[in-house]
Design a protein around this ligand. Structure first.
Ligand SMILES: Nc1ncnc2c1ncn2[C@@H]1O[C@H](COP(=O)(O)OP(=O)(O)O)[C@@H](O)[C@H]1O
Ligand SMILES: O=C(O)[C@@H](O)C(=O)COP(=O)(O)O
Length: 406
């Protein structure tokens, strides 16, 4: 293994897995730290953790264990994959985990860059933009678990980290890899501006000898070339069994996707109150799915006012946990009943579903959308969609792509 990635959620892991696979690396997404050794032929291993919203000490311990395993497989460079909208709370977990990884790896200057231009995320003057909106005006200020209320990443990371936080500005990045490398000094996390893929490719080249980087999947765009890999389309064998769509994301993009899909398919909406009360019978929902002629959708996606009502009543963690637990129990019951295509919207939701399925590794297939690959776990096809990724008709498109050849 040449490159090791520690991802703080499951959709993020498949997002960066796709970037590496399309740039020509052989890559597997592991669910948590594997027990045994990786295939020696693997170029990159991506360990998916569910650490974005975990207690800080647990997130650090899981990330260090992942780091040790990746290094034991030969990885000479570690990427800490975080969300392209820098999802975190004032307590963490990006800062504390990054501090711990940097100390563990003896890293001095660490590039921190969540830019993902293809999906509209850019970093300029140390501020994160989603399209033309500052992060805190992009809808992310309403996220159920990690509301992002400040677009200045230097301030956001400083509040979470014990290390100095510096800045590599766009005018340096645009001068290319040599200028970027010259700016990487001191023992500091460096928020690095990037507006285009060309910026990220230059950053990747500049990072060739760094032990640690942190960013969204865009940070990986330039890394495979350091290992002489060339772009390719990942393989895919069609999967034709019954499908189901799950959504636990309340992001703007997902709510639109839910509306579009609900207009053409049977839809079952999960209510937070009933989930908290444990009111849903898994067997009844499996029977409801089996009775449908069109691929159905089960979702909890709701607008910010509805989410707030549930959170005020039970606490954000309790409402989220109840809904995630529901999906984690439903997914294996549906697969046992013959479901073979599963599209899941939401990072935490995907973490719950894949953990519920008991999968240990996922094979990365071709893209269903920017940042979202098709995945294979045994006979089951999956797509784990980040809340804000994909076009309005993503669900139908991903289900159809699973049935087609690459
Ligand atoms: N109606 C709801 N009320 C409260 N919390 C909800 C509701 N619907 C979903 N959630 C929770 O919100 C969180 C959304 O996070 P996630 O799945 O990561 O989506 P995203 O990818 O948009 O961040 C999950 O923990 C989910 O269980
Ligand atoms: O970098 C990204 O935006 C994604 O890969 C990601 O991590 C998204 O997280 P969720 O929106 O919670 O799915």
């Amino acid at each position: 293994m040449k490159l090791g990635v520690i991802a703080d959620d499951f959709t993020g892991a498949s997002d960066i897995g796709l970037t590496l696979a399309e740039a020509g690396m052989t890559v597997t997404q592991f669910i948590g730290v594997p027990d045994g050794a990786a295939d020696a032929a693997l170029d990159a291993g991506v360990i998916a953790l569910k650490s974005r919203t975990a207690p800080v000490d647990q997130a650090i311990a899981a990330s260090l264990a992942a780091c040790d395993w990746l290094q034991a497989q030969g990885a000479g460079q570690i990427v800490f994959k975080v969300c392209s909208t820098f999802d975190s709370t004032p307590q963490g977990n990006i800062g504390p985990v990054l501090d711990a990884l940097a100390a563990h790896l003896g890293a001095e200057a660490v590039i921190v860059c969540p830019a993902f231009p293809e999906n509209g995320r850019s970093v300029y003057q140390g501020h994160l933009f989603v399209g033309d909106a500052l992060l805190n005006e992009s809808g992310m200020q309403h996220h159920p678990l990690t509301p992002m209320t400040d677009a200045d990443l230097r301030r956001v990371l400083s509040a979470q980290s014990a290390r100095d936080v510096g800045h590599v500005p766009a005018h340096v990045v645009q001068q290319g890899a040599r200028a970027i490398a010259a700016a990487l000094h001191g023992r500091a996390h460096l928020i690095t501006d990037a507006i285009t893929d060309a910026d990220l490719i230059a950053i990747g080249r500049a990072a060739k000898h760094l032990p640690l980087l942190c960013g969204g999947s865009g940070i990986a765009l330039g890394l495979p070339a350091n290992f002489d890999r060339l772009p390719k389309t990942p393989d895919w064998a069609p999967v034709t069994g019954p499908g189901v769509v799950f959504s636990g994301s309340c992001s703007i993009a997902t709510r639109q996707q839910v509306d579009v899909y609900a207009a053409k398919a049977p839809t079952f909406q999960i209510d937070a109150d009933r989930a908290v009360m444990g009111d849903y019978q898994i067997a009844d929902i499996v029977a409801w799915v089996a009775a449908q002629n069109t691929t159905p959708m089960i979702h909890a996606s709701a607008d910010p006012a509805v989410v707030k009502t549930a959170q005020d009543r039970y606490g954000a963690g309790v409402a989220a946990h109840a809904i995630e637990t529901f999906f984690a129990r439903l997914a294996p019951a549906l697969v046992d009943a013959g479901v073979r295509r599963l599209v899941v919207a939401g990072g935490e939701t995907s973490g719950a579903v894949v953990t519920g399925l008991g999968a240990s590794a996922l094979r990365i297939g071709p893209r269903a959308a920017a940042g979202v690959p098709l995945l294979r776990s045994g006979p089951t096809a999956l797509a784990l969609k980040s809340g804000n990724f994909g076009g309005p008709d993503f669900f139908a498109q991903a289900l159809a792509m699973m049935q087609a050849s690459a």
